[in-house]
Write a protein that binds this ligand. Structure first.
Ligand SMILES: Cc1cc2nc3c(=O)[nH]c(=O)nc-3n(C[C@H](O)[C@H](O)[C@H](O)COP(=O)(O)O)c2cc1C
Length: 418
């Protein structure tokens, strides 16, 4: 598939500006020096938000959280063979998906509680999405409503749903109606949470909602003034998208109890078929690891799938998600849009996923680290970080754009074979 290069072909080549040499006279340039990698943002995040918030983002399933590192390690092991000798150019990172052009092949992944990590986080993500021309996927458990976020994101909001089985999926169907009215750009149906998972750090921290600042946690938050300021400014609009189904004016405890009691289970294919009928926009099934499930999604009319192991947060024995990507591309590439997530920490990682055949990506923890470390400025910094690194990475290998990345020679030693 050929990308439309018209937007950039008339621009001056900027081959002298590289990701490695930021302009330090600007604040953006100074931040680039301070945080040259996502790992640097993570280190800062750990110091800036309470421990329960950092551990909620950083943690994963299993005693040793094998998949959090496994996802990134599998990506690191993928080699790309560069080609030299072509002319100099400004590589085009933009991509068209479902009829809309985005500045880069990445969305902010759905993450349950951005507002726990930094109160007001959902709104910061929505604004950054609009400013940086990438989608923000609001999760149905988030602390802001789909209506609020859609308005702020100005055409760049997607909405992700979990299963609410009561009354024959009445809440799920109402969410779809609300997403339609709010004109969100895609509906993401997450299927990889069939059972509760055990994340040891959350248990150790006794992370229970609604979060209360009491004697036990006072020390944790007292040393985190930026978080406290945000907490007093934005409050905790817990499970904002659920409140209207609980009662007219539910307390946070009632909403949390409702969410715990009512949500659960993995969507069945029959339920997804109902969503396909009800939702007229792009439908994305998230959490696919097996090529057979990818085929089933295509059969049901999914416009896209996300190859994902939920960032290692569900099944610790699952493979690294990138190791399933080639098998899934072989099975359904060309029949649906293939999105990828899990362990993406650099523009080179985005190039790797493109080289393996993914059209688009979701980035989770990196955006949360940015939010926690830099507050309101964080999500935009991370978006820019990925796009700029991707542009340079494409030039490093001699690819003009993302479709050029598809033609590269790749060695992927840990890929699953079927
Ligand atoms: C803190 C956190 C909360 C998450 N909550 C959700 C969620 O509510 N719904 C969902 O589909 N995925 C959720 N995920 C998974 C992400 O959408 C995504 O699959 C994963 O974070 C990608 O891996 P990465 O964090 O290494 O980028 C969550 C991930 C994190 C880190």
């Amino acid at each position: 598939m050929t990308e439309d290069n018209s937007k950039t072909s008339t621009e001056e080549p900027d081959y002298k500006v590289t990701a490695g040499r930021p302009d330090t006279s600007t604040r953006a340039g100074q931040l680039k020096m301070l945080y040259p990698t996502i790992a640097d943002l993570r280190t800062k995040a750990r110091k800036r938000v309470p421990r329960f918030a950092f551990d909620y983002v950083d943690g994963a399933a299993g005693a040793d959280e094998p998949n959090r590192r496994g996802n990134a390690a599998a990506l690191d092991g993928i080699e790309i063979l560069p080609r030299y000798g072509g002319e100099n150019y400004r590589a085009d990172t933009s991509v068209e998906l479902f009829g809309k052009r985005y500045a880069g092949p990445l969305a902010i992944a759905p993450m349950g509680l951005p507002g726990l990590v930094l109160p007001g986080g959902e709104k910061a993500f929505a604004r950054a999405a609009a400013a940086n021309e990438i989608p923000f996927t609001l999760g149905s458990s988030a602390l802001a409503t789909v209506e609020e976020v859609s308005e702020l994101a100005n055409g760049y909001a997607w909405f992700q749903i979990y299963r609410m089985p009561r009354d024959n999926l009445a809440i799920n169907m109402d969410w779809i109606a609300r997403a339609t009215a709010a004109e969100v750009g895609a509906l993401v149906v997450t299927i990889d949470v069939p059972a509760r998972t055990k994340r040891p750090r959350e248990l150790r921290n006794r992370l229970v909602l609604p979060y209360k600042i009491g004697p036990r946690t006072i020390a944790d938050v007292a040393t985190r003034p930026a978080w406290l300021r945000a907490y007093f400014r934005h409050g905790q609009n817990l499970f904002a998208n659920l409140q209207k189904y609980v009662s007219d004016n539910p307390t946070p405890a009632e909403v949390a109890e409702f969410a715990r009691g009512e949500g659960g289970g993995s969507f069945t294919w029959e339920e997804i078929a109902r969503f396909r009928d009800a939702w007229k926009g792009p439908l994305i099934i998230k959490g696919i690891l097996h090529p057979g499930d990818a085929e089933k999604s295509v059969e049901l009319g999914a416009d896209g799938i996300v190859v994902s192991n939920h960032g290692g947060r569900q099944l610790e024995a699952a493979p690294a998600s990138v190791d399933m990507l080639p098998g899934i591309v072989a099975a359904v590439g060309g029949k649906t849009e293939i999105l990828f997530d899990g362990g993406l920490r650099s523009g080179v990682d985005l190039m790797r996923s493109a080289a393996l055949g993914a059209r688009f990506n979701l980035v989770g923890r990196a955006f949360m680290y940015g939010l926690a470390a830099l507050g309101e400025d964080g999500p935009g910094f991370v978006a820019d970080f990925f796009i700029e690194e991707l542009r340079e990475a494409l030039r490093q290998v001699g690819a003009r754009d993302l479709s050029g990345a598809r033609d590269l020679d790749v060695r992927h030693p840990t890929a699953w074979k079927f």
